[in-house]
Design a protein around this ligand. Structure first.
Ligand code: C2E
Ligand code: MG
Ligand code: MG
Ligand code: MG
Length: 288
């Protein structure tokens, strides 16, 4: 009897795994057609100056408009794209679309693009970036690439080479998700980034947990002492804003300022509704 039950359990797990595998394969297949079907879209979220509230940069954030499942967040398909080699095509589409869009912005705003480790490690990545910039006439200084410490894992020397090539082009480089990895500090010694982005998990706990304040303060001092700019993300409340201003964070990003939005109308700016009104609201958040 016990044996039978055991076998039943195994069968149950096999069936469940089979289902999971099939679901994965289906999403994989659907994702492969997402670009030609026009289902991918970039949303843009402002990153504001930490002292004045002026917009400096927009981060491009990918969305997948799935015909049945609606808007799928990147956390649900970017890891899959990484595992199945689709990230190369998707990443190239993101970079191309973001640069084309930013080149048409009426202000010298920068665009910040997330690059996944596998995409970064593809041969010719830096040359590809140069080609995209040239194609759209976007000055290299207006592009920020956000990379994570994952790029260093397989071959750190090669990563530093690619980063150096990008730096030579004039592109800015940010270390994203700072503080969540295994050894972020050692990577700060290997390459001098322009900025670090403090992971939003620390900001979320500001005010509830005294230790997160200590951590964000320490990261900010560390960054500044190394000559790097420090960006904080996930700023949602006035209280968080007040604390982060005290700490002297250089840039801030979060729902308090604006959520990611698609590019709107003829202006091609990512500020929805009336741009002037939005900019005034951002400034007023920083008014003394
Ligand atoms: P990330 O690069 O750290 O991006 C910041 C994430 O925080 C975004 O989530 C953004 O919408 C969210 N966020 C910003 N402000 C707030 C806030 O105040 N509160 C909360 N709760 N969240 C906030 P999103 O768009 O879901 O993207 C998640 C991650 O997916 C990104 O994290 C990035 O790692 C990845 N990703 C997004 N777009 C791309 C892409 O085009 N290529 C690659 N390779 N990865 C991407
Ligand atoms: Mg990012
Ligand atoms: Mg981030
Ligand atoms: Mg993150």
């Amino acid at each position: 009897r016990v044996k039978d039950e055991g076998r039943g359990t195994v069968r149950f797990f096999e069936a469940a795994m089979d289902e999971q595998l099939q679901a994965r394969r289906r999403i994989e297949h659907e994702l492969s057609g997402a670009i030609p079907r026009g289902e991918l879209q970039l949303y843009y979220q402002p990153i504001v100056n930490g002292r004045t509230g002026e917009i400096e940069t927009f981060e491009a954030l990918i969305r997948w408009h799935h015909p049945e499942r609606g808007c799928v967040p990147p956390a649900e398909f970017i890891p899959l794209a990484e595992q199945t080699d689709q990230i190369g095509r998707i990443g190239a589409w993101v970079l191309d679309t973001a640069c084309a869009t930013a080149a048409a912005w009426p202000q010298p705003w920068r665009v910040s693009v997330n690059v996944s480790p596998k995409q970064f490690r593809q041969p010719g990545f830096a040359a590809g970036v140069a080609a995209v910039l040239g194609r759209h006439g976007l000055p290299p200084g207006r592009l920020v690439l956000e990379i994570t410490e994952g790029v260093f894992i397989q071959d750190a020397a090669m990563a530093v080479e690619v980063l150096t090539a990008l730096r030579t082009l004039g592109v800015r480089l940010a270390l994203d998700d700072f503080g969540t990895g295994y050894s972020s500090l050692s990577y700060l010694q290997r390459f001098k980034f322009d900025k670090i982005k403090v992971d939003q998990s620390f900001v979320r706990r500001l005010g509830q947990n005294a230790d997160s304040l200590t951590i964000v303060r320490a990261i900010t001092h560390l960054g500044h002492n190394l000559g790097l700019q420090v960006t904080v993300e996930g700023v949602e409340t006035q209280e968080q804003l007040a604390v982060l201003r005290e700490l002297g964070c250089d840039q801030m990003q979060g729902y308090l300022f604006a959520r990611p939005t698609p590019v709107m109308g003829a202006m091609m700016t990512p500020i929805s509704g009336s741009p002037d009104l939005e900019l005034a609201r951002l400034r007023s958040l920083f008014a003394e």
